[in-house]
Each structure stands twice: as C-alpha cells, then as structure tokens.
Unconditional design. Structure first.
Length: 276
C-alpha cells in the first residue's frame, strides 16, 4: 500500500478510509457539490467518486501531463486550476474546464504554484518564486493582473482564502521558523497566527469560517517534504484553541485546497505508506 485517501470529521472526531492504492496519489480537493475528490498522480489528475461505488476517472488535461500537487476546483465547480511544467520547464498556472480540455495559461511570470481560489471565484492566490524569493501573489482571472502581497520577508508559501474573502492565510519563515500568518487581499494587515515549536504549513480555512486545518512538521525539518511523520492540527481562525487531531506518515501532498467538505464538517487528506 502506498496511498490511503481518508476523511476526518471534526464534529464526531471519526475518520474513514475512502480508497487505498499501491500508487502515489496526492492532494485531494473536495468538489463543491460533494460528489467527488480531485487528486493528482503521475503528472495528471483523477476524479475519485464519493457517490455510490468508489471509482477513479482520469481527467483530460490536454498537453499538461506534468502537473504537481498544486491544483484546485473553482467555487462553482466549473474550472480546475493546475500547476504544470510541460510548456516552460517550470511550474506555470493554467485553468481548464472541469469536464477536461485545453489548459489556458494564466501566469507568465515563473515559476508559479497555485494554492487557493477566492470565494467569489474571480481571483486566486499562489506562490511565485522570483529571483529565488518566495512570495504570495494573487491574480484577477479576467484581467490576468498579478498582485504581489508579500515582499521577501522570509519564505512565503501556501496561501488560501477565508470563506468571507477577507483574509488570505499562508505560511512564512519570516521569524525563522515556518509559521501560519494571514494578510488582507490587498496586502495590508499582515498578522501572525501560530507561535509553535513546529514547522507549520498549508493552512486551509473551513467553509464555515470557524476552523483552520494545517500540517505541522518537527521543528528541525526544512521545507515540506513527503514521507515524514507529521501532525494534522486544527485551530480557530485567530489561532486560538490549537489542537493536534492526529499524527500520520505524510507531508507534502497530504492536504490541498479546497479539501473541506461543502458543509465544513469534514476534510479529506492522504496518508502515505513507506516505499518498499
């Protein structure tokens, strides 16, 4: 066994196994209609049905067959965002119809890694690396205008919007240790949210706006590698009531946005098993 796709209910504190496979599958997105999860494996995307019999269907992503685990579903379910490097040799962000089709290039500044949709579906947030500096950016989908929200204060990564659109949560190493922060969509009002001995990554606010789920590595781990023992943690939007829900063997690709169920009671994740 390599990958176990699972769901955790934050109200009942129960988890259930959805599907297991010998292949590496990563980064489940929960569809807005609640009917399927979107995952990546071997450079392409797959839909994993949650309705009736569990089944996996490959998504037609056109020429984009080197997708990484930075992908997502628009709030209305009509579009997929992907991060793929076939065209330029570096990760670029594309949009394509959720039924499959030809990807449309969105980011001309590279590399760029998609991370989160705005609740109104009109923009998205992502990590861009410019001259080896990792920062948070947002893009208006209609105009293609790129807005820089952070300015080289350490490494900034993993942005995701609050459900009211008032905040973008992200992780930053600006104080030396990777922690969770948030910033207004115009780049103002940056606030630190976690102050922990761990390396905190990839905050995902729930659709109800009452909780944020994230991953915590041991404090001495650099970056966000796969195949390590990590903690899945939960907190209030302001950083209060932090708790560890469970430990697992995972890391990069364990969670993605949007990974919450539409009702905000559950989230999807992937548990890995060691190779060999």
């Amino acid at each position: 066994m390599r990958s176990s796709v699972e769901i955790f209910n934050i109200r009942t504190r129960e988890n259930r196994i959805v599907w297991q496979t010998e292949k590496l599958f990563e980064a489940p997105n929960w569809s807005p209609d609640g009917q399927y999860l979107l995952l990546n494996s071997d450079g392409v995307l797959y839909r994993l049905s949650l309705a009736g019999d569990i089944s996996v269907d490959k998504v037609d992503t056109g020429f984009a067959v080197q997708c990484n685990n930075d992908h997502g579903i628009s709030p209305d379910g009509s579009l997929y965002a992907i991060s793929d490097k076939v065209e330029f040799g570096k990760s670029a962000i594309y949009l394509l119809p959720s039924i499959g089709g030809t990807p449309k290039l969105m980011t001309r500044n590279l590399p760029s890694y998609w991370h989160g949709w705005a609740p109104d579906g009109k923009s998205f947030a992502y990590c861009g690396i410019r001259d080896q500096v990792f920062d948070i950016y947002a893009m208006d989908i209609e105009t293609g205008t790129e807005t820089r929200l952070t300015h080289g204060e350490g490494r900034n990564d993993g942005p995701d919007y609050s459900p009211d659109g008032q905040w973008i949560y992200f992780n930053s190493s600006r104080t030396g240790q990777m922690q969770i922060w948030r910033v207004r969509p115009d780049g103002s009002g940056v606030e630190r949210i976690t102050d922990s001995p761990y390396g905190d990554w990839f905050p995902h606010p729930s659709p109800k706006g009452d909780k944020v789920v994230f991953i915590s590595y041991d404090g001495d781990v650099f970056d966000h590698p796969r195949d390590l023992d990590v903690r899945v943690r939960l907190m209030d939007p302001d950083g209060g009531n932090v708790e560890t829900l469970f430990d697992l063997f995972g890391g990069q690709g364990t969670m993605n946005s949007p990974n919450w169920s539409p009702d905000g009671d559950e989230f999807a994740y992937v548990r890995y098993f060691p190779v060999g």
